[in-house]
Structures are given as C-alpha cells and as structure tokens.
Design a protein around this ligand. Sequence first.
Ligand code: ZN
Length: 498
Amino acid sequence: MELKEALVQLDQLQRKMYAYQVASSSLYLDATTVAPRDTAEGRGVALGILAGERHKLFSAPQAGELLDGLWEQRDELDHAVRRQVEELRRSYAQLTRIPADEYMEYAMLTNEADSVWHRAKEENNFELFRPVLEKLVAFNIKFAGYYDASKAPYDALLNEYERGVDMEYLDGFFATLRQRIVPLLRAIGEKEQPDDAFLRRCYPVDAQRKFSDYLMEVLGLDRAHCTIGETEHPFTLEFNNKDVRITTHYHKDNVDFSMYSVIHEGGHAKYELGIADQLQYTCLAGGVSMGVHESQSRFYENLIGRSLPFIQAIFPKMKEFFPEQLADVTAEQFYRAVNKAQPSLIRTEADELTYCLHVMVRYEIEKQLIGGTLAVKDVPETWNRLYKEYLGVDVPDDKRGCLQDSHWSGGSFGYFPSYALGSAYGAQMLRNMEQDMDVWGPVSRGDLSQVSAWLGEKVHRHGGLMEPADVVKNACGDFDPTVYADYLEKKYSALYGL
Ligand code: ZN
C-alpha cells in the first residue's frame, strides 16, 4: 500500500475508534447524571455492542497489516504519526495476544464482580467477595504474562498504568515516604488539632453551585468548553480538547468536599483541554498516564488549592457566598481546617499528608497477591495489620477496610500507586516552577494563569506524544521522592508547630 493511502486509513481507523469512545462515554455520562433509575438494561445492550464493534475494528488483521506496513516506513513518517503507529502497534499486539474467549470471560467476570463487591461491601461480608477476588487475581496474573512475559507479573501490570514504573522504583518511593511520614504523623498526633467544626455548618447547595462556578472561573475553565454536572462520585470525562465535562457532589454539611472536588477535577480538565489540536482524534489525544493525570489534578487541589496564598485570595469571595457560615472565620483558620491531618480509615476522605499511606497499604497487598506470596483469604488480616502499622488506626470491619475501593472488583491491579506518584510528581513540578517564575505573587491575587501556562507548556500540550517517563522528566527532572517528603514535612511542621 502506498504511504499516502496508508496514512488516510490510519486517520480513518483512529477517527472511528474516537467515535466509538465518544458514543460509549456519552452513554456513561447520561447514566451517571440524568438517566432515569431503571434504564440500565437498554444502555447495557448498546454499550456491549459498541465495545464489541470497537474491539472488532481494532483487532482485525487489516488493522495489524496497516500498522506493520506503516512501521516499515517509519523513517518517512513525521514524529507525531510515528508515535501513533508505535502506540497503536503496542495496543494491537497486546489485544491480539489475549485469546478472545479469555477476554470475553474476563469481561463477564468483572461485570459480575462489580455487583458482588457492592453486596459484600453493603453486608460487610468479605467471604462473599473472596471467590470472585481469587478469580480476578488469577486472571490478572495470567494477563500479565500476555502483556509482557519477560517481566514479573506485578511489574507487567504496573507498566500498563504507568509505563516505565516497576516494583523497584515503587519500593524506593514508598520506603522514603514511610520513613518520613509515619514519624511525622506520630508527632502531629501529640499536637492539638485545629477547629474545623465550621466546615460542617449548613452550606446550602444553591450557594455551593454558585461557588463552583466561581472556582471554575478562577481555574480558567472556559464554560463554552467545560461544564459541571452532579453525580454520586465526582469525575472528569473528556471527549476532546474542546469538550470536557467535570462533575461534583454537594454535601450540605461538608463545604470542602465539593470545593476540592471541583478543583481536583478541574485540574484533570485543564490537562485535557490543554492538549494540542494536532493530536485530536488520534490515540495520542489524552493524558499520557494515570500518574501524570493525577499530578495535574492534585497540583491544583493540594499544592495550589490547599495553600495559604490561594485561600487568602479567594476567601473574601467565599464570604460573599457563605456570609453567615463563615462570619466568624478567618482565611488562616480556613487554611488550617482544610489541612487537618488525621489518620483515618477511608482513602477517598484522607487528607493530603496521610493519603499516600493509604495507597502504600494497597501497593503492599497487590504486590504480594500478584506475586503469589499472599492468599486472598488473608487480605483482611494483612490490610488491618498494615493500617495499624502505617496509620496507627484499628480497622473495625472490612466494609471500612479491604472492601472500601471499587478498583479490584473492576479488575484494576497496579492502578493505586499512580495516585501517590502523581502527588510526588506535582511536588517536583512546583519546585521547578518556583525556580522558573514567581508562583505565589500571582496566586495570592487569585491569578492562576501563569501556573496554568507553565503546566500547559511542560505537560498538557504534549498529550501522549512523549512517553510518560519523558513527560515526568520534562516537568520534574529526575524523579526524587525526597522532594515530596520535604514538601510535606515543611508544610505540616509549620501547620502543627513541630
Ligand atoms: Zn483524579
């Protein structure tokens, strides 16, 4: 096939895959926002067909031949197209290595696992979930071999979420955090906690909605390209770089929940909206990895959103939205309240300091499960022991213990570390940003445009054009977890007068 014709076909293939993705995402968005309650069945039929068609399109021998043909002519391709071919070949090889019957069986298993997990969590019954979890672990060990047989199974899984990251990398990372954060947390435990009772006053949802609009404005999210919806759990969904949706959830007696959800999801949205036009409708149009995506959301949420200059900048406006609730509260008090560090049981409700310890527990367990040194039946006991060791808390039941997350029931093993890595990457980005420019002057005036421009240049616009490790290198320099540990130690020592 002539190169020109092959390039036309490559473009068509990627646009079709984009279209399937948009259709499935639209149904998902509809399901989570406005669809009536008892309508899942029909949507399930449509989603199944869309997934099947997409799979058929991409796993067809013609797709493989097209990609191989282009790869042979790679010296004639421009950089972006070459990268597309490289990425697509990787996905194609992986997809076609998994036998079709196993692929189908696994899809059915994760579907079943989701409802079993929901029930097990509700009934606080790990035994109910155990047989399903055993199957999920066995499947993932087998799939790891299909992904990359040359690697240890857990390394192969980690590589799927954060290419280039392995156990050696993470062992060093988590060891640094453990050595620095566990003692810090113990020292904080001896100190008096700030008063955060005012965060639980009644904050009417209508006022919170207006506050969200204001926050999106501060973040520089153009409402012609990004809307906000309301769902049970906040998320970001991207169609392309001109159309991104974020969601939040309003709790009347918990004003900071939605506030930091909007800033977090807003960070994800900034990334997707900042990806270069030339990458749209290709496989490179999207955040490069889970870890890098989380680095962006957490950068806005924690490094900026939970900083004193930012809170001081927006506090006068906050008082306009919530005049009675915040009448007797200062920006400084608000800052201390939203940075309260306290060991807890639930990961998604954890503060900035203890969050990575929650992730560390999951990492240790996954590593042993997939490595074959921990039996599924022993997960609850190991979970509880590690929570005691790292966070100093007693886990009262599995509902608030090893059954709390949906990740394993969805078949995701190796995903959790990305959350902690993202925070660490963010801390290094901040350090580099501070060397390049005045970060806090503009932020203290509520102006995030320079911060966004820096991230846009170093991270956002590249999409998947670079390897994840190269994006990290570009924005962070060499990965060094002590930078993150230093950041946490400095911030929390000041907050708690250590
Ligand atoms: Zn996130």
